[in-house]
Design a protein around this ligand. Structure first.
Ligand code: GAP
Length: 508
């Protein structure tokens, strides 16, 4: 997906103008990388969460849900490795006083080399037309080979310095590549230091033996520490899963990409407990299942791709991301990790409790292995919004912006609109609204011309507009207008509810 800053800005402006996402505390000039969801944003977000919950919990007989607290015992984060290892390497520019993630500065440099390769390919493809052999060109063009070799060399130095925690080497790489600060334009850098991403606060009053607690940086640990509770009370048999959605907090250094990278965000996570040795099979299963879930939102396949991790997190023995083609390029949307028995074993050690499973088929006890699927709700929201955002030129020469969101995810399913504000039409429309509102999210509006009201509903992605006109009073029929085709169908009022329910059902 091409990097399209212009489109990205339009989507952010649209999200604000139409009540999807507002900067947090905006009347106080906002709070960096924190956002509030408005009246339509919250509906879309709820619908995506519900789609996830139903697919994971309701549709699997061996997966149950959980809602654990955000605050947890501080030792949890020691055991999980977050206190010692949940760091990003940061570097400051002494002139602009701006702070950056050192690895991201290098990754941006690599991305520029990759862009140069793409530009060479585009140029050659235009020059040679149908005769262009892309693979051959990539293998033989001297400039492409040079860029690729350089990018591979840098990538390998970057990952090796990150893996071995060689911060001086990372600093040397930035220096050698001549990377400058985008604000000051200088290379006047500090040393690279590790920066822990967890937010901390105090629990209890200070005189009261107060202790430092953390705002959870992932929801997963709430699942691990409840493994025994759920397994025993739910009489769960391996393989089984525990799913949870909820807020997570990270003090992100790079935080400038709308709801893609926030300091307070929401995750939807599954920990799937399996027999040791079975984890690779289940890892493949969940990779496939999760991709199916994404495609179920009606977004074409080419928007998604798998990306295998080169640098594994401290707990994983295999990891893939599902990346999405955002307007800012392909970026991580979901992580699928084979977490081994790292977390449960560590909690067993730190808590002194035995955290095991007695497998009646094998007649042995063991610490289960875990396959995790972890998706950002806000990033999924951004994926749906950026795919749906469409600017259209209509036959009559006018233009409209329409959000082509799959009906089952749309914030409002049906808008009920009296053609004019008199002659008993509002009363009739309200009667219809009062009937439909118990079935799905509806919206009632009588102000402005019907054309303008249709445009507003298009802009928030409402799939159906029901218009009540004078004929309605005579023969009890209304028109139902479909958002994408703009085709209107005349139907009896008794049929509205069924027709729309059928169209917005997930199976459609
Ligand atoms: N429990 C595993 C875990 O937390 P992660 O890759 O760090 O793994 C999982 O995060 C998902 O959470 C990511 O794929 C992303 O969608 C979302 N996420 C992570 N950091 C985020 C942030 N700062 N803002 C928004 N979403 C974020």
């Amino acid at each position: 997906m091409a990097n399209n800053e212009e489109l990205f800005k339009k989507i952010i402006a649209h999200a604000k103008e139409y009540g999807f996402v507002f900067p947090s505390s905006e009347i106080y000039d906002g709070l960096a990388a924190v956002y509030d969801y408005g009246q339509y944003g919250v509906e879309l977000k709820n619908n995506i969460r519900e789609y996830w919950w139903k697919s994971m919990v309701q549709h699997h007989e061996n997966i149950v849900g959980l809602d654990s607290a955000i605050f947890m015992h501080p030792t949890v984060w020691k055991a999980s490795g977050h206190v010692d290892a949940f760091n990003d390497p940061m570097i400051d520019n002494k002139d602009s006083k701006k702070r950056y993630r050192a690895d991201v500065l290098v990754e941006d440099y690599i991305a520029k080399l990759d862009d140069k390769i793409s530009r060479e390919v585009d140029k050659a493809s235009r020059r040679f037309g149908d005769a262009f052999d892309r693979e051959m060109f990539l293998q033989t063009n001297p400039r492409v080979i040079e860029y690729r070799n350089e990018s591979e060399k840098i990538r390998s130095r970057l990952y090796s310095s990150l893996a071995n925690n060689e911060l001086a080497e990372l600093r040397a790489l930035i220096e050698e590549l001549g990377i400058t600060c985008p604000i000051s334009g200088t290379r006047n850098w500090t040393d690279v230091r590790q920066f822990n991403l967890m937010f901390s606060t105090q629990m209890g009053s200070l005189g009261d033996g107060a202790g430092t607690v953390y705002l959870r940086p992932e929801t997963a640990q709430g699942i691990f520490v409840n493994y025994l509770n759920v397994q025993k009370t739910g009489r769960m048999k391996i393989p089984f899963g525990i799913a949870q959605t909820g807020k997570a907090f990270r003090n992100e250094i790079v935080a400038r990409q709308f709801v893609f990278r926030m300091r307070e965000f929401e995750q939807m996570e599954l920990q799937f407990f399996v027999r040791p040795g079975d984890e690779k099979r289940w890892f493949e299963y969940w990779k496939e299942e999760r991709m199916k879930w994404h495609l179920g939102m009606g977004i074409p396949e080419h928007y998604y791709r798998f990306h295998e991790h080169e640098k594994l997190a401290h707990y994983a023995n295999a990891a893939f991301d599902i990346e999405f083609g955002f307007p800012i390029g392909y970026k991580e949307l979901e992580g699928i990790h084979s977490r081994t028995d790292f977390d449960l074993t560590s909690h067993q050690k730190f808590s002194g409790r035995k955290i095991q499973y007695f497998d009646p088929e094998l007649n042995v006890s063991y610490v289960p292995y875990v396959v995790e699927t972890s998706i950002g709700l806000d990033r999924t929201f951004m994926a749906v919004l950026s795919y749906a955002y469409t600017e259209e030129k209509l036959d009559d020469g006018s233009e409209r912006v329409v959000l082509k969101i799959m009906p089952f995810l749309a914030p409002i399913k049906a808008a009920v609109l009296p053609l004019i504000k008199k002659d008993g039409l509002p009363e009739k429309a309200m009667e219809i609204f009062d009937r439909l509102k118990f079935e799905y999210m509806c919206f009632y509006e009588e102000k402005d011309s019907i054309g303008r009201r249709y445009r507003r509903q298009d802009a928030i992605g409402t799939p159906y507009c029901i218009t009540i006109d004078h004929q309605t009073l005579e023969d009890q029929t209304v028109t139902i207008r479909e958002r994408d085709t703009m085709i209107q169908e005349r139907v009896h009022t008794d049929r509205i509810s069924g027709i729309i329910a059928e169209k917005i059902a997930k199976r459609n």
